[in-house]
Design a protein around this ligand. Structure first.
Ligand SMILES: [Zn+2]
Length: 386
């Protein structure tokens, strides 16, 4: 069995709204080439993503919606009709062959799932996936089909697995949460910037699941300007307690890299310290509870030059139990992409310390996040005492 499989093909770059849209899969090439430049991504580790079938998409999505997406990609849907399905909007514009491109990202996550669940690889990553805002019958927030939701349902049906989904994107993982809100065999955890000022606005601690699924949906909305220490405190404590409580068979992590200080769309102040730690803890939990089974997908991440390639490389290196690099980035990669990047590239694997001017409200934000976490975890902690 391989330690890890890297699901990737340049076809994943076909998921492209426009030249200027912030969602830019060029970050996949930048990441793969950063890994290649340190000899960490041999061709033998790469697995071609398959394309999800309509039947697989329909595990989550309405057939009518799938039809509309297909037609929109061929220019056959009116603007007004399209907008009813969340496409043709400013966030999620129509682009040629959008169905095929979107189905390929879902297929990539299904490929990663099969690699792990059929025992060919202990872990797998599909950085092209992570489209956590996709709804059953509607696109939202740059996401057409929701690969994680489809993959979770697929793991339930094909492998009978109990799935723990952990989402550390700066935005609430709403699409995945609502897909399994009443399902006690799927546990969704989202740590994100509070929805007070940020899309999609949901993800409060009171969203705990419904019916049979009450108590298997967890939200940790951290304050704007949250820094590494507090983000990591919330992350480590919450996912450890939840994994212990839920006892999953497999862990799926959504690794949006938009909580970084440089990210242009959010207001969190994470640095590379956070992105070194996130995959490490995910892997520990998978080893402890799931016989190692861990699937990671990408997600948000809009500073594609300075943040995403470094952050996502660390997921792959962690999965391979490789030494986590420190110091300068490879000269070859910097020389290749420096001239193309609109901002000076970061020269090291780590961010400089400090990366930004200290925030006077730091202790206040930390305390607020801690209280929020205590409240969100109260439901498991009180059950334990009984
Ligand atoms: Zn995001």
């Amino acid at each position: 069995m391989k330690r890890a499989a890297f699901v990737y093909s340049e076809g994943q770059l076909d998921y492209k709204f426009s030249e200027t849209h912030p969602f830019n899969q060029k970050r996949l090439v930048l990441t793969a080439n950063l890994l290649r430049s340190i000899d960490a991504l041999p061709d033998s580790a790469i697995v071609e993503p398959r394309v999800a079938t309509d039947e697989e998409l329909a595990l989550i999505h309405d057939e009518r919606y799938i039809e509309i997406v297909k037609k929109a990609g061929n220019g056959e849907v009116d603007q007004i009709v399209a907008e009813n399905y969340g496409i043709g909007t400013e966030d999620t514009p129509i682009f040629p062959h959008m169905h095929e491109a979107s189905a390929q990202l879902v297929g990539g996550t299904l490929t990663a799932v099969d690699e792990v669940m059929e025992g060919r690889a202990r872990r797998a990553v599909n950085l092209g996936g992570g489209l956590h805002h996709g709804f059953r019958g509607k696109a939202s927030g740059f996401c057409v089909y929701n690969d994680s939701s489809v993959a979770i349902r697929y793991m339930q049906e094909k492998y009978g697995a109990r799935v723990l989904y952990i989402d550390t994107d700066a935005h609430h993982g709403d699409g995945v949460q609502w897909s399994f809100y009443d399902d006690p065999d799927v546990c969704t955890v989202s740590i994100h910037e509070t929805g007070r000022y940020l899309f999609p606005g949901t993800g409060s601690i009171t969203e705990r699941g419904s019916g049979q699924g009450y108590g298997t949906s967890f939200n940790f909305p951290v304050d704007a300007f949250t820094e590494d220490d507090s983000f990591l405190e919330v992350y480590r404590t919450s996912v450890r307690e939840i994994a212990e409580f839920f006892k999953p068979d497999v862990i799926l992590t959504q690794n949006g890299a938009d909580a970084h200080y440089f990210d242009p769309l959010t207001h969190l102040h994470s640095t590379m310290r956070t992105y070194r730690e996130i995959p490490k803890v995910a892997m520990e939990l998978a080893e402890q509870y799931c016989g190692g089974r861990w699937i990671a997908v990408g997600g948000g991440g809009y500073d594609i030059w300075r943040v995403v390639p470094r952050a996502w490389s660390l997921i792959w290196l962690t999965m391979n139990e490789a030494e986590i690099p420190e110091g300068p980035l490879p000269e070859k990669w910097l020389a290749r992409y420096g001239p193309e990047s609109p901002v000076p590239l970061m020269p090291h694997w780590e961010d400089p310390d400090p990366l930004y001017k200290p925030i006077p409200r730091k202790p206040e934000i930390e305390e607020k996040n801690r209280l929020m976490m205590e409240k969100a975890l109260h439901i498991i902690r009180s059950e334990k005492k009984e």
